[in-house]
Design a binder for this molecule. Sequence first.
Ligand SMILES: Cc1ncc(COP(=O)(O)O)c(C=O)c1O
Length: 369
Amino acid sequence: MLIPGVPVLRGWGKGESIRQDTLPQPFPFLSGNQAIFTCGREALYFGLRLLEKLPETAHIPGYCCRSVLTPFKKLGIKIKFYDVGKHLEPIINKNVLKEGDLFFIIHYFGIPQPLSSIKLLCDQLGLILIEDCAHALPDPETRRPMGCTGVFSIYSLRKQLPVPDGGILVVNKTALKSRLQVTPKIKLRNTSKKKSLVMFFDKAAFWAGWPNTLKIKDALRGKVASTEQVFYSKILNNDSIPEISYTTAKTLAHINFKKIAKIRRENYYWLANKLNDIPQISFPFPKLPDGAVPQGLPILVEDARNVCTAMRGKGIGVDQWPANEFPDIEKKNFPRAYYWNNHLLLLPIHQDLSLRHLEYCAKVLVGIL
Ligand SMILES: Cc1ncc(COP(=O)(O)O)c(C=O)c1O
């Protein structure tokens, strides 16, 4: 059996065609103004450029991936890292926060951060709160979905939906909403042929249960250019018009967010329950807070790297995060960020998976441990 780490099936809509002038608002149930870009970091870059005044300093969790830092660096914003706690909440040192600074929060793995206290702090200190929802989809059924609190927020669609690209910028601050009109119009293009081919191959392998595409990708890592290098890393190198692919536009137009959120939560709890008695595993988020649309089931194990390699070898798309994308920070200053990077594993629970897949995932994991 092969279990992909991200969804590959597009069975969630009516499959109608779409024209540029009918492109819908990406998340009709979020009240902010929104725009679509190629990826999350491009949405972040354009969001930062909307601000009346660029902040001098951005406070970013040390537990992050390097790609999220790119827009800040490109705009000359100084980065100060903060560490995260037992539940990935920010560990805040008020002494280093100055009025006008930017405070960046990540809703890791689609699990919302406790935002009310952070928002209060940002309001008191005059900080610009930005929400990174790259691991999430907003929950249409909650009163305050992820991404509706910060000055603006960003999403990255290819981690949650079977799309080759797509980043969403949601602007919540009224004063900035009118400025969003000046962002370039969406230009539909044919999906990159290479990425389409990879996606097609992933889908066929999922159906057939063979070959183990994860093993092939892992073997090729470092030898040929990664998806990241081919598709996303050059995006901010020129200020050309943001584009999204036809595939993404079409998928977004017909997606059933409610159903996806429901399946992900059910799968999350099913797998967590199944593994509950395994002493080598701990669960940092045994209960999902309101509004969570989990990207995966985060677990902590002693030797995440070896377990990850062994499981991928058996065709299960588990991931470490951010693994090789971990930023250059000193271990003595950010012990918890290092801890998370060394011990976290993200088990797949996305909408393509049924109980049969989850059962197999649990069985293989227990066998390896
Ligand atoms: C937390 C987080 N934020 C932002 C990004 C950037 O998203 P994208 O790859 O769509 O540019 C990533 C990428 O993996 C991420 O993990």
